[in-house]
Design a binder for this molecule. Sequence first.
Ligand code: NDP
Ligand code: 2IT
Length: 452
Amino acid sequence: MAATDHVDFETFMNGVKRRNSGQTEFIQAVQEVAQDIFDFIEDKEEYHEAQILRRIAEPDRIVSFRVCWEDDNHCVRVQRGWRVQNSNAIGPYKGGLRFHPSVNESVLKFLAFEQTFKNSLTGLPMGGGKGGANFNPKGKSDSEVMRFCQSFMTELYRHIGPETDIPAGDIGVGGREIGYMFGQYKRITNRWEGVLTGKALEYGGSAMRPEATGYGAVYFLRNMLRHKDEDIEGRSAVISGSGNVATHAAEKIVQLGGKVLTLSDSDGFIYDPDGIDQDKIDWVKRLKNERRGRISEYCDEYSGAEYHGDGARPWSVEAELALPCATQNELHQEDAKALVKNGVVAVSEGANMPTTLEGVKVFHDARITYGPGKAANAGGVAVSGLEMSQNSERISWNHGRLADMLTELMEGIHEKCVQYGEAENGYVDYVRGANIAGFKKVADAMLAFGVM
Ligand code: NDP
Ligand code: 2IT
C-alpha cells in the first residue's frame, strides 16, 4: 500500500475484530475511540503514515501466568493471572489490578487500552496497563486472600517496578490486597520502593487516594454542570456499586448538597427514598470493608429502604444525576432510555465503560451531558501519580494539598474535553473530547520515537 493510502474506519475495525476474535469488551473499547480518532486525523497525514491508532490498539506485551495457592481446607487451587502492558509512550505502565471471576484477557485488554487514554488526560507522565486474575475474593478468609496475593506477586514482581510498571487496586483489590502484595514484593526483592499505589498511609500511601476516584467523578460532574450554569445542590442521584468508587461518589454528592437514592452490588440494588446520608454511607463502608457483607443487608438496618434482587440495576429509579460505579456494560440501551424518560440531566461514570455503545448513543441523541469513565474517573489514577511522586521524593504531602490538587486535576481534564469536544451549538461531546485529547499526547510521543 502506498504511504498515502488511508485505511478507513470500517477497514480498521474489521482488522481489529479479525485479530481479536471473541474479545468483545476490547473490540467495544477500541470502536468507541476509533470513530473519533478517524475524524480527528482525517487531514493529519503523519498519524496515518505512522499507523498510530493501530499500534496503540496492540498492547506492547501481555504476560499471562499460573497462580497456585492452597485454600483453608488444604485443597490446591489454580487461577490465571495477567498483566497487560499497553503503552509506555508517555511514562511507565500504570493501572490497576482486578480480582474477579469475570476477569479474562479481553476485559484486561480493554481496561489497559482505556487506561492509556485516561492517564494521558491527567497530564501526568503515566503509560497504560492493567492486570488481575480470575480469583473471586468473595467468601474467602483473610488467610486465603493473603496466600493468593503472595502467590500472584511471586510471579508478577519480575514484570513490574517503580520505573517500569506500577499497579494499583481495582475491583476486588483494595487496601487489604495491596498490603499483602506490597509485603511480598518487598520480601522477594528486599527493596522498599513505590511499586504499587493505593498503599496505606503507614507505608507510603497518599492522602486522598481512597477517596480520589469517587470524589473525582463528582468533581467532573460538577464541572460539566457548571459549564452550563447548573449545579449538584438539591439534585437527586442514582449510583450503582457499593465499593470504593460508589461509596466515595455518594459521599461527595451528599457533601455538595445532593441526595443519593440508590447503591447496588452484583445481586441487586437498594432504594432509600429518604436519601443515603453520611451515617448510612459510613455504615455501608463498614459493611463492605470490615464485614464483607451484601448490600441487601442495608434494608435490615434502615427499614425505609427497599431491596430489588435478582441482579436488578438502579436505572429505573427517577433521578436527575446518574453515576454508574460498579462495572463494565452495566447500563444498557433500555436503561439509558429509562433514565432519559425520567429526566436525567447528567451522567458521570465512576466505573470503566459501564455504558454500552448503544446506551451512549441514547444519551448523545437526547443531548444529555455525559462524562465517560476515561475522563470522569481519572481522579483515582491521577492521585496514584501523585503517590508515585511522593514516594520518589520520600515525602508525604498533607491532605489539604492533595485535595486541592485533585480538584485542579479534574478541572484540567474537563477543560481538555471541552477544548476538543464542544460543538458550535454548545453541546459538549465529552467522549470525543476525551478520546482526542488523550490520543494526541500519546500519538505525538510515538511519532518522536519512530517506528517501534
Ligand atoms: P470494588 O471492588 O470496591 O467495588 C466494586 C463494586 O461493583 C461492588 O459493589 C461490586 O459488587 C460491584 N460489581 C462488581 N462486579 C459487578 C458485576 N459484574 N455486576 C454488578 N456489580 C458488580 O471496586 P471499585 O469501586 O474500585 O471499582 C468499581 C469500578 O470503578 C470498576 O469499573 C473499576 O474499574 C472502576 N475504577 C476504579 C478505580 C479505583 O481507584 N478503585 C479507578 C477508576 C475506575 P459485588 O460485591 O457483588 O461484586
Ligand atoms: O481504572 C483505574 O483507573 C484504576 N483502577 C486506578 C489505577 C491506578 O493506577 O490508580
